[in-house]
Design a protein around this ligand. Structure first.
Ligand SMILES: *Cc1c(COP(=O)(O)O)cnc(C)c1O
Length: 486
């Protein structure tokens, strides 16, 4: 396949974007301003190109990208959920973008008020009274909560608790956060129905258990039906129960982790509340905790007295700072605008539509594809291509590559790890019935192709700028840098 020319390929001596006339304003030379030893002696080898070449080059690259504004993006678990443009405009207002993070609280009352209000909203949605917006991502929220748990256990002289139980369906960030926190992670095998096996959990719990981390609904898109009994068992053992709330878009306004018995949770504002996840910019992983855990939350907290808002640093039991200033503020603005624009009933509606859409896909595909666990599901459904592979040799990866030829972004694959040849599909709440019907139709076509012409899938994609890559070589001998040809 021929390679697109880079800007360096197009470069020729003397080409320029703009030419300014020689300045007639006297100026200090670089040598004088910086000191001669600070000034480079040779020019950087930058490409010399015209303005049109640059503009066309980047426009062409942008067109090769697949994004939410181009088409359906059913990437389970980490999905780009609804990201309204109006919300992004609200966050782009110059008053927010121009606000220096070190502005004194007295001059940033509006910003503090919005953060305080967002904390109240997230506390209500969680059913947990205290919120910190500081962690800058979901994984950072997990890490922060585990540190809060640790500070809580330590404050009670309970130092022997060093193990955290993590089900085998959990997101990979869960065991990673456990390790970063100095705890050891103990995997828990899920039951035949894809949910926690209560007896296995009871057997695993002991005096050394600091916490149990659960995702609810879990990463198979299934709701943990035994959640109240699970919470009781965890608390009886003296441990704390953590909710990975990255999947909150499945139950906004329907179920509250606090009511289910969770002690703490994190949100992914950059999934559930109006900001894109994955290459879409900064994230935000606020945490919500019980009153018993509140003293340990990161500093500073926002305090309110009447209509005045202040940073409160005077919190002796706090675990300290986990991020500069107060987290990624503009993501918080987007979440605030999103929640206000939908309202309580709108949030419920969003979850209702997310679950309905996922079940619509589940029904539409269940005859052709093998469902990993029986439905109904919550916000996402997981299929396995294992049976298809046995019959036709076509793997989940081949289906994913072939989808690209139909202008559809593939679903999440090979996750969760407990499902062989997994295809994890999350349609989200805003896709129309027509889009879902087209996806089902294309998936059924692929199923047919697998039986009649498996090679077309195994060598896909055929219509993308780059064809099937050698994934082994890409991992073993990655080419990460362009080098000039000598
Ligand atoms: C996305 C996700 C995370 C991690 O969030 P990041 O912001 O990517 O760190 C954790 N758990 C689940 C279930 C997720 O889907």
């Amino acid at each position: 396949m021929s390679r697109r020319p880079t800007l360096f390929d197009m470069s020729a001596d003397g080409k320029r974007c703009v030419r300014f006339p020689e300045s007639d304003v006297p100026h200090i030379g670089a040598d004088e301003a910086l000191g001669a030893d600070q000034v480079r002696q040779t020019s950087p080898a930058l490409p010399q190109v015209s303005e049109a070449e640059i503009a066309r080059h980047y426009a062409a690259l942008a067109r090769m990208n697949y994004d939410l504004d181009f088409g359906f993006y059913p990437l389970g678990s980490c999905t780009m959920k609804y990201n309204p443009k109006a919300i992004q405009q609200a966050a782009a207002l110059p008053g927010w973008t121009g606000l220096h993070p070190a502005t004194p609280a007295s001059c940033a009352q509006g910003a503090l008020q919005i953060m305080w209000l967002l904390e109240q909203m997230l506390a209500q949605i969680a059913g947990l009274p205290a919120v910190s917006l500081q962690p800058p991502a979901g994984a950072a929220g997990e890490f922060t909560c585990l540190r809060v748990f640790r500070a809580y256990h330590d404050s009670r002289g309970d130092h022997a608790r060093t193990a955290v139980i993590v089900p085998d369906t959990a997101h990979g960030t869960n065991p990673a956060s456990v390790a970063r926190c100095g705890y050891s992670s103990r995997p828990l095998q899920s039951g035949p129905d894809g949910r926690i096996n209560l007896e296995a959990l009871q057997d695993a719990l002991d005096d050394g258990t600091a916490a149990v981390m659960l995702t609810n609904p879990n990463t198979l898109g299934l709701f943990e039906t035994d959640i109240v009994a699970i919470a009781e068992a965890v608390h009886d053992a003296g441990a704390l129960l953590y909710c990975d709330g990255a999947n909150m878009n499945a139950m906004l306004g329907y179920g509250r982790p606090g009511d289910m018995g969770f002690d703490a949770m994190h949100y992914n504002l950059h999934k559930t509340f109006g900001t894109p996840h994955g290459g879409g910019g900064p994230g935000s992983g606020p945490i919500a905790v019980t009153a018993a855990l509140e003293p340990f939350l990161p500093v500073p907290r926002i305090s309110r007295e009447g209509n005045r808002f202040e940073w409160d640093w005077d919190r002796p039991q706090s675990i300290g700072l986990v991020h500069g200033f107060y987290g990624n503020f503009l993501v918080a603005i987007q979440a605030y605008a999103y929640i206000l624009s939908l309202g309580a009933e709108g949030l419920r509606e969003a979850s209702r539509a997310a679950v309905l859409n996922a079940n619509y896909l589940l029904q539409g595909l269940a005859d052709a594809y093998e469902l990993a666990y029986p439905g109904p599901c919550m916000h996402e459904c997981v299929f396995s291509a294992q049976e298809l592979q046995r019959e036709t040799g076509v793997r989940a990866a081949d289906l994913a590559k072939r989808l690209l030829d139909y202008d559809i972004h593939p679903p999440t694959m090979y996750f969760p790890l407990v499902v062989k040849e997994a295809l994890m599909i999350e349609p989200t709440e805003t896709e129309s019935k027509a889009t879902l019907d087209r996806f089902i139709e294309v998936m059924l076509t692929l199923h047919e192709e697998a039986h009649t012409d498996p090679q077309v899938l195994q060598s896909a994609p055929h219509k993308t700028p780059v064809g099937r890559l050698d994934e082994l070589q890409a991992a073993r001998k990655p080419v990460l840098r362009w080098q000039p040809e000598q």
